[in-house]
Design a protein around this ligand. Structure first.
Ligand code: 1CP
Length: 352
């Protein structure tokens, strides 16, 4: 009896079991962008702030926002409430979030000297993020691990040169064409900053790390390696060598990358988050090498319950014996999604 109680009390959370490549009866569930504008309770809090990054600078507010989806859907992991653009902001690029326009940089990278004149990254400038990590960690149940995150060096560099979001990032590519070695200097600075930033997040309470390469889709296969995955690989290698972070599982999400799963696995990430269109891959190949997370198309959540169930069951069927499977979407929840559909989805995955 005593043993059983101990077992129940100290049993590892299912999210960590899946990251440890265990086959589970029910997969752990969390959603990329699980906190955000699609939730009325988020919008209620958001109203109190003119500026999104200003809101992120209030650790108690970040804590409240990170907890909202856990309360609504009883998820198996929490994610830090913050943004990937905190790093460029800390480098002095002055990031603003404009209503319906997304991020706008007051001091974007316009010429090579802007890269070489950047002050060295001081992780202490992002103190407000680490405070949020600790607040969230202290507020969540023990069986719910906390995911810390950063953007990939390439994704951060693309925003920093473009100065805003874009479909094609034309300004970034013309800058890259004439200033390739300078862009490599920027990628190196961002890689070092990501390492120091994630290390701090772990010191303050993050149990797992996710790297978001949200603009991987802009690069051809060769360039993807050269401008993005080589830096991600180096970031992961530094994290695996550091005593603070060496045992922390790392999840890599790349948006619609022009490569196969093997290339993603070669970064040495512990878990690959599949984009929603990545369905033609050989799961036998990744067997026992990495955990897999994903990959329902978030737009399916705009469909009827029948369609949601059909598409979800296809995915659950494919991964039911996969050692280390985590249910998630193939990209983030968008503001047009009804929270009741997220609830429905979570229930049918648990019932399956
Ligand atoms: O005005 C508002 O309310 C701002 C909306 C918002 C929110 C809720 C932004 C602006 N960021 C966030 C939070 C956020 N961003 C989180 C924590 C919430 C959670 O996941 O539960 C996380 C993990 C991010 C990560 C993030 N920010 C990514 C990577 C994920 C992805 O979707 O690919 C990216 C690309 C960003 C940039 C960003 N921040 C915000 C917006 C509108 C954007 C995207 C701009 C664009 O389309 O380029």
């Amino acid at each position: 009896k005593y043993n059983k109680i101990c077992f129940m009390t100290f049993d590892e959370p299912i999210f960590l079991k899946a990251l440890n490549k265990e086959v589970l009866k029910t997969p752990p569930i969390w959603y990329m962008r699980q906190a955000g504008r699609y939730m009325p309770e988020y919008r209620e809090v958001r109203k109190k702030f003119k500026n999104f990054l200003e809101m992120c600078k209030h650790p108690e507010v970040c804590c409240e926002l990170a907890l909202q989806p856990l309360h609504s859907f009883n998820l198996d992991a929490a994610i830090l409430f913050s943004d990937i653009l905190t790093i460029p902001d800390a480098f002095g690029l002055d990031v603003q979030f404009i209503e319906n326009k997304g991020p706008v940089f007051r001091n974007p990278i316009s010429e090579p000297k802007d890269i070489h004149m950047l002050d060295p990254f001081d992780p202490e400038n992002l103190d407000y993020v680490y405070k949020a990590v600790t607040n969230i960690k202290n507020a969540i149940p023990k069986h719910v691990p906390l995911i810390g995150f950063c953007g990939s060096p390439w994704t951060l560099a693309a925003y920093s040169i473009e100065g805003k979001s874009s479909k094609e990032f034309n300004k970034t590519f013309s800058f890259l064409k004439t200033n390739e070695s300078d862009v490599h200097s920027l990628l190196l600075k961002y890689t070092d900053a990501c390492f120091l930033y994630l290390r701090k997040q772990v010191q303050y309470g993050a149990d797992v790390i996710q790297i978001f390469d949200s603009w991987a889709n802009l690069l051809s296969e060769n360039d993807l390696k050269k401008f993005s995955f080589d830096y991600i690989t180096s970031l992961i290698s530094s994290l695996k060598l550091d005593p603070v972070t060496k045992n922390i599982p790392i999840i890599l999400f790349a948006r619609d990358p022009n490569c196969n799963t093997q290339t993603l696995i070669e970064t040495s990430a512990d878990c690959i988050s599949l984009y929603w269109s990545m369905n033609n891959f050989d799961i036998n190949f990744s067997f026992n090498k990495v955990s897999i997370q994903g990959n329902l198309d978030p737009k399916i959540l705009l469909e009827s319950d029948e369609i949601i169930k059909r598409e979800t069951y296809k995915i659950l069927e494919r991964f039911k014996e996969y050692p280390g499977y985590i249910f998630n979407l193939g990209h983030g929840i968008t503001p047009d999604i009804d929270p009741d559909k997220v609830k429905y989805l979570t229930n049918i995955v648990r019932e399956y």
